[in-house]
Design a protein around this ligand. Sequence first.
Ligand code: P6P
Length: 350
Amino acid sequence: MGSKLVTIQRHIMEQQASHPEATGALTRLLWDLILAIKVINREVRQAGLADVLGATGAQNVSGDRVQKLDEFAQDRIFKAMDHGGHLCCMASEERAEIIPIPDRFPKGKYVLLYDPLDGSSNIDANVTIGTIFSIHRKRSSGVNGTLEDCLQRGRDQAAAGYVIYGSSTMLVYTTGQGVHGFTLDPTIGEFLLSHPDIRCPNKGKIYSVNEGNWNTWDPAMRDYVTYLKEQDPATGRPYTTRYIGSLVADFHRNLLYGGIFLYPADCRDPKKPKAKLRLLYEAAPLSMIAEQAGGAASTGRERILDVAPGELHQKVPVAIGSQADVALYEEFVKAGKTPDRIRAAQAARA
Ligand code: P6P
């Protein structure tokens, strides 16, 4: 007989129990979000059949071609979250400005930032995609949320999580008490605890990066990837490369198996490095998950959770996953090349 069935709703309630001061608002907020996720999951699973494929022709604030499922997911989350009375405002990859709570609805003390459907360029090829969310506490005075409430450091998040629409649909979340994964049982429509207390292996054997960007990398990144392809002293074998091109899928694999995912900035103009991944609703929530699971997340020069956001759709370079792998990458960035200690070890082995 398998272990007891724990639904995500029950798990969230149990997490709340360890916070006597909790009012239950965060719990109810997460429950509302889970409902939206179930509806998005149904649509994603039927995408090939429901003629929802293909793009709307519009572009989002980051210039990505907007897919119909993106808009559907955006709409589902907004409509599920706008009236519960737990939020003071929202922000989404799909909207240029912060999203106010309609006047007719009560306001709450939390902020929801989200990427409704990440990896959407993969939708038509039926490749795994995901939803990412970040929850902050309201900081500003007054009832309505402001941009200030959205522009908070990742280390101050109240909760973070993602959904991966893969071979099964999983929801992984943290409220700062570890990382827990739930798999959707479509026969009963419930997310059941399948991965309690996820721990990211301290060191992995997988690196995940788009090597097509080689010519945009700085020397440190090139030296680092070259090093990973050589004999790994710890195992005598080079790293394996895996790249799905869907952030949630690449992150989730490394979280469970160990390894590092990298999306460094385009450094062809060293004075104006250009990052791709968004801080508030991609890098920061995944970084909270990574650290809560014993992993790490860095821009290469600083902890992602310490980055002070300056604008809603700010982008950051990302190196995230196993703690030892991220630390080694930071050593390469700090040295601007292969660190001398590694050069010396390579020379000794030659
Ligand atoms: P590239 C998807 O569009 C996305 O935002 C992330 O999900 C993914 O990690 C990244 O872009 C892939 O970017 O340049 O390798 O196609």
